[in-house]
Design a protein around this ligand. Sequence first.
Ligand SMILES: Nc1nc2c(c(=O)[nH]1)N[C@H]1C(S)=C(S)[C@@H](COP(=O)(O)O)O[C@H]1N2
Ligand SMILES: [Mo]
Length: 356
Amino acid sequence: MALADSDEITLEELQLAARNHGMPLEALRYPLTPVGLHYLLTHYDIPAVDPASWRLEVGGHVERALSLSLDELRARRHVRLPVTMECAGNGRAALSPRPVSQPWLLEAVGTAEWRGTPLRPLLEEAGILAGAVDVLFTGLDRGVEADVEQAYERSLSTADALRDEVLLAWEINGEALPPQHGFPLRLVVPGWYGMASVKWLGRITVLDHPYEGYQQRSAYRLRQVEDEDGEPLTRLRPRALMVPPGVPEFMSRRRILDLGPCVLEGRAWSGGDPVVSVEMSTDGGSTWAAAELAEPPGAFAWSAWRFEWDASAPGEYMLCCRARNGAGAGQPLEALWNLGGYANNAVQRVPVTIRP
Ligand SMILES: Nc1nc2c(c(=O)[nH]1)N[C@H]1C(S)=C(S)[C@@H](COP(=O)(O)O)O[C@H]1N2
Ligand SMILES: [Mo]
């Protein structure tokens, strides 16, 4: 990934940002993000898929290849699971120098209730052969990245692919998947950054060797320099975000609040161990106090939190919130830089003006 030589966003980045919208942070109010407000990230174009002729092909290193229509998939056992999904690039635009890609601020997140059939029984029916290593998920969208034309595809280790919560989903919040979220079928990998949840799924291939494609080997790894192997991105780091309080000034979007008590609220998530605490600071991170944390609507979905604040003097304040998970992982005060601009879960800072 190239690095920006200026802090100013380019027209190419704007072109990506206009296609791939974020979730307006006031939508943190909803436990399930209304479909049109869920963030979107599509590397190439949204493919046109004819549901009548579409089939999911399952093959590779298996005893018997399968080919399933949408009706056949929908007739299988299905579950509904609320899942918080976040793009690995969320927070990228705050890094300096800025990795040039989709310039997310903080909005690349949303929680949807997916309906689908668990992947595991399907893989068991196909019969994974001894020596299988990875399971590859191939989307129907194509484009050029790093000078190579490719389908969007990502793999999971067989162990990760066989986890109970991994779904093949055809519904979001009770509606058929809309084109932009992967119609007619997508993979949902709960707890993982969004890149794992392949949309417009066409093929599942069990491999007897590690998958080395672009989105696995080159993208979505934490590296400081280009020729380093780097850690692959997997589960969501803990993060808390707040509903922007008060009212915004139109251009700067700076928040303006009235003097007196107010409730600050938001959501917090973590893709590994669940969130166990959320703290608020009203002085830019010098002092912190515990927020109230509610039970999440599911093991892979965000938790609501709230904090009563008495803004007792007019002036300028810097509100911050941070989450910590059960394994003790938290959020850094300053962003940790990496070449791809991934997994920047630095604490959110919201400057506010209390007017008399
Ligand atoms: N086929 C396909 N699947 C994809 C992508 C894509 O470009 N093509 N983008 C991935 C990325 S990077 C993210 S963050 C999520 C976004 O899912 P959403 O657009 O439904 O929110 O989809 C993932 N699945
Ligand atoms: Mo992403």
